[in-house]
Design a protein around this ligand. Structure first.
Ligand SMILES: Nc1ncnc2c1ncn2[C@@H]1O[C@H](COP(=O)(O)OP(=O)(O)OP(=O)(O)O)[C@@H](O)[C@H]1O
Ligand SMILES: [Mg+2]
Length: 376
């Protein structure tokens, strides 16, 4: 079910959460709203669900207008056919798993046979069929989370809204449930909007990510595109992209501020006027013993400050003689582990050096965002 949010404004008293927010969510897509705390993610979801009344704009779900400020339309939440799973999952502890999931169906006076069938089917789907008769207070956090999910799914929503549904879980369980959720979303073809401030989660779950800051969507693109081409410096650092340095750019390359480091850039980057940062991703850098020689573009001498074993890879922090400190990630099998203090070279392929625009730059238009990711 397609969702179209057009020119939405929401205020809490004098506090404007967003104004003129627009967002198209494609039928069957998993859209992730990603952004720092307080940027308006939950508020956006609550508007879609019908729990807040915006002051301007409209929301359509499928071909039905569920909210329109100008036409005075505001369909109540339970008539929007939207399922919601929130961070604080309210599971009734004194009811069984089955009864938790059956609750809304009973309220709708659905027949007993149908309830058994529908609840049975979703419990199967979320992997809780064996626990149907267990008291909900005897469940683990992850199982409770799945009860909450099952409770939404049993209503056969056309749209599923998930607001940080995994944030209370430990890292491993989160990873597993995240994959399960993605599988479920794909197999049911559900349009879903997923809110998180965890970029790893966003990358894993999204067809597209809407990056939100201060009530505005600054970039809307696939995870690959967002990771490869964050629109601005602050989005890049929010995404956890490493090795970002302030710089000035000219035909010679990026001159890193307060240092002697000059980074040679691909031709396309040199043309990007207004660029104020250069970024070199840790996974694109190669670290080698200095004894192997110092040659080629973007190869700099330095010494290892920290060498940290991470299982499949090794993370190095290298202090360059030219000033800056670079992080680099090397595959474990790519060579001998280099030791702290060892003299090394770091190489950044020219095409891997990227320049980023300052946030103060010209605001990207919606079409720029969708098609390119990098705002010109
Ligand atoms: N009921 C409310 N009354 C007044 N202000 C509110 C209310 N709910 C949210 N806000 C404010 O609106 C802004 C957006 O809040 P929202 O809950 O949408 O943020 P969020 O992106 O979901 O953040 P988080 O990641 O912390 O959950 C914040 O500045 C918040 O303080
Ligand atoms: Mg929130």
């Amino acid at each position: 079910m397609q969702i179209v949010i057009d020119n939405l404004s929401l205020n809490y008293g004098d506090n404007s959460v967003f104004s003129g927010l627009s967002l198209d969510i494609v039928d069957g897509e998993s859209l992730v709203l990603l952004g720092p705390s307080g940027c308006g993610k939950t508020s956006t979801m609550r508007c879609i669900a019908g729990l807040e009344e915006p002051s301007t704009g409209s929301i359509t779900i499928g071909d039905r207008t569920v909210f329109s400020a100008t036409d005075g339309i505001n369909i109540s939440p339970h008539r929007r056919n939207v399922g919601m799973v929130f961070q604080s999952y309210a599971v009734w502890p004194h009811k069984t798993v089955f009864e938790n999931v059956a609750y809304s169906l009973r309220r709708q006076r659905v027949g007993g046979g149908q309830i058994r069938e529908r609840v049975g089917r979703v419990l199967e789907l979320v992997g809780l069929a064996e626990m149907a008769d267990r008291g909900a207070s005897l469940l683990s956090g992850g199982q409770m989370q799945r009860v909450a999910l099952a409770r939404s799914l049993v209503m056969q929503p056309s749209v599923l809204l998930l607001d940080e549904p995994l944030s209370n879980l430990d890292a491993r369980l989160r990873e597993r449930l995240r994959l399960e959720l993605r599988e479920l979303q794909l197999s049911l073809g559900l349009t879903s909007v997923y809110v998180t401030h965890d970029q790893v989660e966003a990358f894993a779950l999204a067809d597209r990510i809407a990056l939100m800051q201060d009530g505005k969507i600054l970039q809307l693109a696939s995870p690959e595109e967002i990771y490869a081409h964050p629109a601005t410096t602050s989005l890049a650092s929010f995404l956890g992209v490493g090795n970002i340095f302030g710089c000035t750019v000219d035909r010679g390359g990026a001159h890193v501020a307060d240092s002697d480091l000059i980074v040679e850039l691909p031709a396309s980057a040199k043309a990007l006027s207004g660029a104020t940062s250069v970024c070199m991703r840790p996974e694109d850098l190669t670290v080698a013993p200095l004894a192997d020689g110092l040659h080629g573009s973007n190869t700099w001498a330095g010494h290892i400050l920290v060498s940290s074993f991470q299982g499949a890879s090794i993370r190095y922090r290298v202090a360059l003689d030219a000033g800056p400190t670079l992080d680099a990630v090397a595959a474990r099998r790519s060579g001998p582990t280099l030791r702290t203090g060892e003299r090394v070279t770091v190489t950044c392929p020219v095409e891997a050096a990227q320049v980023l625009l300052d946030d103060g730059g010209p605001a990207p238009t919606a079409t720029d965002l969708v098609t390119t990711g990098v705002a010109a």
